[in-house]
Design a protein around this ligand. Structure first.
Ligand code: SAH
Length: 389
């Protein structure tokens, strides 16, 4: 087995499973990109088995502390463990993430299940090269009617992989419906942003909607309408949903019909729309902010924070005293304290005092691994505009 010798003080010695390019001391045995290699420390002690890609900024990702091949048995075992974990937590199999990369010991492999269809993403070269064995394991463990590949995420380029989508096994399912926590969504595969729904947020729809009864709700960055629909079903007096994408707006409208609720759907840039709404003197009792990650890298963090601050400032200006702001951030570069500081900055400019009512996180089918801070990426807060201040 080829080996990679890791520099002292590398992150693998602190609970992480990645080896960055500047943490590589030496590679021996001439591994090919996509091969399994052994990780070792300077004294030749074995640290585990990893997948290798010299073209990546993360040339090695450990997937086992033992000597382990990526063979059919291995994928079967890991898939079963991942699926059983979600069963144990009571996550509805009709729409859930079955495998989430490092968090399930399969770096770069993502499997989402919608009804009896499975959507696969392979974001590392090693997983991409083994799509066939993975497809066999998926058939055995999940037995889907259709297995699709949705490999059009730009992160693949970091591994030197091409972008493509298509059907790996079975036939195109056509349009169908899934229910998530009492809300019905249309699914079209392949299609939709990401791999369909934002399953990481699915647990939060009901938590936020629990505050919607009798309130005027504004759902910014609505995508398929998850928050807006849950709020309307929970008895909001009116719900407005905003998204910049025409496709997303069409999906929200279709989903509103499907659930028998009325939403006001506007195709708009949230930044411009909020500014205009403040100018008009619009008023809401619950505003939801769930933007895409404004930054994929640390270098542009400050620009991203300016963006976060602006939407919080405007949202606060639309809220009545006692009004609620449910706000989310899905960038792992923005930590909880940085995000809260940015929100506080916005509240100061808006001359509002905010109370922290609740904290939100990603749903349990996206498990957080303690040594991998990157796995804890979604954070959310429910803030109440203190009345009388
Ligand atoms: N809240 C959604 C997920 C939001 S994903 C859910 O729980 O399912 C982010 C969404 O923001 C995408 O649908 C994208 O089209 C939209 N978006 C991105 N930039 C935007 C902008 N400037 N204005 C409005 N929508 C935007």
């Amino acid at each position: 087995m080829a080996s990679l010798i890791v520099r002292p003080r590398a992150r693998v010695f602190h609970g992480h499973d990645w080896v960055h390019d500047n943490e590589v001391l030496k590679v021996t045995g001439q591994p090919k990109d996509g091969d399994v290699i052994g990780l070792k420390d300077q004294r030749d002690r074995f640290l585990g088995s990893a997948i290798y890609n010299s073209r990546s900024k993360i040339p090695a990702r450990r997937f086992s502390r033992q000597r382990q091949d990526l063979d059919a048995d291995f994928f079967l075992r890991r898939l079963r463990m991942a699926s059983e974990y979600r069963d144990r937590l009571g996550l509805d199999p009709s729409a859930r993430r079955e495998v989430w990369s490092e968090s399930d010991g399969l770096p770069g492999l993502i499997l989402d299940r919608y009804g009896d269809c499975v959507v696969l993403q392979t974001l590392t070269l090693a997983m991409d090269l083994r799509k066939d064995i993975i497809a066999d394991a998926v058939r055995e463990v999940l037995a889907p009617r259709c297995l699709l590949e949705r490999n059009d995420g730009p992160v693949r380029k970091a591994e030197g992989l091409e972008l493509h989508t298509g059907i790996l096994r079975g036939e195109a399912p056509g349009a169908f419906e899934v229910a998530l926590g009492g809300v019905r969504f249309g699914i079209e595969l392949p299609g939709g942003q990401k791999t369909g729904l934002y399953l990481d947020q699915a647990g939060n729809y009901a938590l936020v909607a629990a505050h919607a009864k009798g309130r005027r709700v504004l759902d910014c960055f609505s995508n398929q309408g998850g928050f807006a629909l849950a709020c309307a079903l929970a008895g909001a007096t009116e719900v407005t949903a905003l998204d910049i994408s025409a496709d997303a707006c069409a999906a929200i409208n279709a989903n509103a019909k499907r659930n028998g609720v009325t939403l006001k759907v506007e195709e708009a840039n949230v930044f411009d729309w909020l500014k205009a709404a403040v100018g008009r003197g619009d008023r809401y009792d619950l505003v939801i902010l769930d933007p895409p990650s404004f930054t994929r890298d640390r270098a542009r963090l400050n620009d991203a924070l300016r963006g976060y601050k602006e939407i919080h400032l405007r949202a606060a200006s639309l809220l009545e005293p006692g009004g609620l702001l449910a706000t989310f951030c899905c960038s792992h570069h923005v930590s909880d304290p940085i995000f809260l500081d940015t929100i506080l900055d916005a509240m100061i400019d808006a001359k509002r005092t905010a109370r922290l009512r609740a904290r939100y996180s990603q749903r349990a089918d996206h498990p957080v691994v303690l040594g991998l801070p990157e796995s804890a990426y979604l954070k959310g807060f429910l803030l109440e505009m203190a009345p009388g201040r």
